[in-house]
Each structure stands twice: as C-alpha cells, then as structure tokens.
Design a protein around this ligand. Structure first.
Ligand code: MN
Length: 570
C-alpha cells in the first residue's frame, strides 16, 4: 500500500491534507529528470511508509521540500498541521542547508564534520528527522542519473561518507548497503564495469548451486522437526564485494559469501537447532562460525553465520535468524520502534526519543556537547572517533577518502594506495607535519607518503601494521628479498603438510578432523605436482601449540593411505 492509496481511502486525513498541500506548493516545478517535482516528495513519503513510520513522518516527508523551495512558510505548516509536523519539516530543512563539496581538502573535511554533527544532534532530538532525510537521499540517489556528472560525484561521495554510515549506525544495513551500491558506479566507474563483466557468471553458477542444495537442507531440517519460515538467497552487494575483493587479491574464489543462503526461523532456539542440523549435514569451515545473537554487532545486527563445505566440496555461507532479527537487521531502529509499538498496543511517539537515548553513541555525544565548546577541535575529534568507532577515514593529498581500521598507521595507508607506495615508503606527513611510520592515524587526517626508489620494507613494520593487506605485502617483499623471516619473527601459525591418496570427499574429511580438534584453518592448498594420485595438501592452521598439533597429526594419520605427514611453524 502506498501513500496514494491512503489519500484515496481517507481524503480528509493528515497524510491526504499534506499530499494536496505539497502538490499545490510544488505545482509547476520540474525535477532534472523532467518529471513533476512533487513526485520526489511523494516518493520520499512512500519510502517512509515502507519503513512503517508513523503518520507525522509520512506527512512531513510529503512537505519536506516546501519551506526550502516553495513560497509555503513554516508558520503556515504549523497552523495547518500543528507543532509536531512543523518541527519535523523544520528539522529536515535545517539539515539540508550546508552544501557538501566532498573532502577534497581540509576545509571541506570540516564541512563534512559539520554535517555529521548536525545529523547527530538531529538524531538525539527526534530520530524521525533523520529518517526523512535518509528517505529523501535514497530517492535522490535512485534518480541520480539525471544530474550532471560533477554533481553526481559530489552527491555520491556525500552519500557514502555521511548518509550510509549513519544508516549503518542506526542498524539499517539494508539501506546503508543500497546507498553504497547506488553511489558505487559514480565513484568507481571503471571498477563497476569490471565487476559487472567478471562477476555475473560466477554469481549465476553459485545461485544455481544453492537452488540445487536447498531441498537437501529443507529435508534435513524437516527430519529434525524444523520447518523454517523462509529460505532465500542474498547476493553480496556490488560495493561491499568490491572492497572485499581488494582485500583478497581480486580473487573471486576466495569470496565465500558472494551468494549466501538465508534461513528465517521462528525463535532463537530454532536458530541454534538449525545450526546444529546444518553442521551435522555439512562440515563447517572452522573459524567461520559467527554468533551475532550472543554477541550482536555494535549496530545491533543479530544473526548466526556459518560457512560449510557443501556437496561437491563447495563452500556455502549460511545465515540463520528469526523474523524479528531479520526485520531489525533490514530496518534497524525503525523496526525496533514497530515491535515496541506492537507490544504496547498503541502509538507512542516518545519512543523515538527514548530509542535515541538508548543509543550509546548519541548519549556520549550529548555529554561531550555539554562539557565542551561545541565548536572546539576536541569535540570534533571526539565525535569523529566515536562515530566511526572501529573505522577511520583519512584523506589523500588529492582528496580521496581512504577507509582504514582504527589504529592504522601511515604504512597501512601506503599499502592501501598501492603496493609499490607501501614497499618504497620511507616517511610520512600527517596534516603537514612529519610523523614516524608507526604513528596512529585519526579520522580526518590528511596523509602524505614519502617514497624513495629501490627501498624495501622493514621487518619492524610487521610489529605495528593493522591491515592484512600491509602485512601480506611486507612478508611477500621480505621473502622476495630472500630474507629468512622465520628466525626473527615469532611464528603465529603452523603449516601441515599432508600427502594422502586422492579421493572424493578427502578435503571434507581432513577439514572435519581439524575442526573437531578445535583448530582454525587459515588456508588450504592442494597441489598435484606430478599429476599422480597423491596430491600434496598444505594446510595453514591458526595455532603454534605443538602438543595440540601433534595430537591432530595422530588423528590425521588414521586417514586411509597417508604417505607423508609433517608440520612446521610459520
Ligand atoms: Mn528532497
């Protein structure tokens, strides 16, 4: 049901009155797409309705651009609709005032921060203002093709840097993902083209495979008395796939969750029951079981994740959750509100304020605001750190924004730019001041790397880098130089070498033995140098405990026709 249906069925209601007033106010105005401007207001309101927001939000969504772009005044809106709707329209209007130009230089990074700050205060005042702003942006992104390219880029960048992180923080991962995906082709046109041509086939293959194995799973669940509410497939989003590929040498075979299977069940105990049944059916890939029910993500995301070795020894990511978890994961706080409302059996508007109060980061920001001068650098720093708790955003001298984990150093940054920049990096400047290479970067820093030809990375870097990209490239470079790393670096893993007669199901059997020993597999590589019946299996495992490894080897020796087995710490 859409806004138009409501207007038809209840012509005298608040939403209908807002509809007609907005339509009249925007009369004659056209969007860049050529359609009537009012269509944008209507689309925004429809999005709010689909998030199941209340009447006031939908009405304010219809009116959200009237004060800014038409002769209609806020006083008139208040007279017609009352203080609540006027407050929401005013909040959205105020949020839109600052024009974002992208973090091309330090001053603009300041603009970004200013925008974020406004958003966060709006959240703590009334979450609905931000929902309306997000719905407005979602529709603008869906129709971005009509704008001239420089504007597209600016809006896409702002969406990626401000709106998507806020949606994510509010637990609306689906919205955050859609915003990132809509922005992606404008920000990375080449990469987008590459992905479209290179991923489609693989994607279709995997989906076909999931369709094949679904009946097996349904049967196994049924035998154990479990009938799921739904099983569907969720394709990984283009933008997140791209960033994941960057971390995996652009190797699509390493992306297990390109298409994941999603199982919706009735309650929490069924989630765990289903997980058990699945692991009985197909062995889990060790180290890939994630219990976000017992330990939800900081933004509230809850689900069980596992990767199993399915038929034909293919990896499958499976996500298990209840219907409520699913809706909360999709709609975040909006869904929370819905469930609260259902529980209390009525409409309780103060819920938006209460939810905002419960959000830790919003509370923290309010406290900081009361303690510090709002415009002080300290406040801005503190806000940025809290907002992107485990991620930082730093800026290249050219104005590209680089996303790194918290605690990242100039060396991480350098490898993120390019392997060669990392390998030949000799120094760094942060905000125009020289810093040591192990300096901890902070959000908003402008980072410049100084390189020198023919330089090689230092082993010491391994002690402070935070990203695996940097760590792997450093190791690789050091190995290439023929340096014996082992002598100087504490081993963190062991490599098993197992020569055993090849047969169907062998890899599965090996993984099962290892996982039952509670050892995580880091990598698994089988090679067949002489084309014979005895491939060499190299398995990197995440332990250096010799006793544990030797016990494991005893178990592996029981496999049929083992030729050779050994290990070394690496
Ligand atoms: Mn708008």
């Amino acid at each position: 049901m859409g806004v138009k249906d409501i207007v038809r069925s209840n012509p005298g209601g608040v939403i209908s009155r807002a509809y007609y007033l907005a339509e009249k106010a925007h009369a004659g105005q056209k969007r860049k797409t050529g359609e009537a401007y009012f269509n944008h207001a209507l689309a925004t309101a429809d999005i709010l309705l689909s998030w199941r927001l209340d009447e006031a939000s939908v009405a304010a969504g219809l009116l959200h651009d009237t004060v800014e772009d038409t002769p209609l005044t806020l006083a008139e809106i208040e007279k017609e609709f009352g203080a609540e709707i006027a407050f929401l329209v005013d909040g959205v209007t105020k949020l839109g005032r600052i024009k974002y130009r992208g973090a091309e230089n330090v001053e603009n990074a300041g603009v970004k921060v200013e925008n974020l700050r406004k958003m966060i205060f709006a959240i703590s005042e009334d979450l609905r203002v931000v929902f309306i702003k997000l719905a407005d942006r979602l529709h603008n992104m869906r129709t971005l093709a009509a704008l001239p390219p420089p504007k597209q880029k600016r809006i896409a960048l702002e969406t990626n840097e401000i709106y998507a992180p806020i949606a994510y923080r509010l637990g609306m991962q689906n919205l955050a993902g859609e915003l990132n995906d809509l922005a992606f082709p404008y920000l990375h046109p080449q990469e987008y083209k590459w992905l479209k041509t290179n991923v489609r086939e693989e994607y279709e293959d995997r989906e076909k495979y999931l369709h094949q194995i679904k009946p097996i799973l349904v049967k196994a669940l049924k035998v154990n008395g479990l009938v799921p509410l739904a099983i569907d497939f969720r394709a990984k989003r283009m933008s997140s796939l791209y960033y994941k590929l960057l971390r995996h040498d652009m190797d699509i075979n390493k992306i297990y969750d390109l298409v994941a299977m999603r199982i919706i069940v009735n309650n929490v105990s069924e989630c765990y029951a289903a997980l058990g049944i699945i692991h009985h059916l197909w062995p889990p890939l060790p180290g890939r079981i994630k219990d976000y029910i017992a330990m939800p993500k900081p933004n509230g995301y809850r689900s069980l994740h596992t990767t199993v070795i399915g038929p034909q020894e293919k990896f499958v990511e499976i996500q298990i959750r209840t219907k409520q978890m699913h809706e909360e994961n999709e709609y975040g706080i909006a869904a929370h509100w819905l469930y609260q409302q259902k529980k209390s059996g009525g409409l309780d508007k103060s819920i938006f304020k209460r939810i905002a109060e419960e959000l830790h980061w919003v509370r923290q920001l309010r406290e900081w605001q009361s303690q510090m001068n709002v415009n002080s650098e300290d406040f801005i720093q503190a806000m940025k750190i809290d907002f992107f708790k485990d991620r930082i955003f730093v800026i290249t001298p050219k104005g590209d924004v680089i996303d790194l984990p918290a605690g990242a150093t100039p060396v991480d940054f350098a490898y993120h730019i390019h392997t060669e920049v990392g390998n030949t990096c000799v120094g760094a400047r942060v905000n125009n001041a020289f810093v040591p290479l192990d300096h901890e970067l902070r959000s908003g820093d402008v980072v410049e790397i100084i390189t020198q030809k023919n330089k090689m990375p230092s082993e010491d870097w391994l002690k402070f880098v935070k990203t695996s990209i940097a760590r792997n490239h450093i190791r690789e470079a050091l190995r290439a130089r023929g340096k014996r790393l082992k002598a100087k670096i504490e081993p963190s893993r062991a490599e098993l070498r197992l020569v055993v007669k090849d047969r169907p199901g062998l890899i599965k059997d090996i993984s099962t033995i290892i996982s039952r020993s509670h050892v995580n597999i880091v990598s698994f590589q089988a090679s067949n140098p002489h084309g014979g019946k005895f491939p060499v299996n190299k398995i990197e495992i995440a332990t250096t405990n010799r006793e544990k490894i030797e016990k494991l080897i005893l178990k592996l020796k029981k496999l049929k026709e083992v030729q050779e087995i050994g290990y070394q710490l690496v």
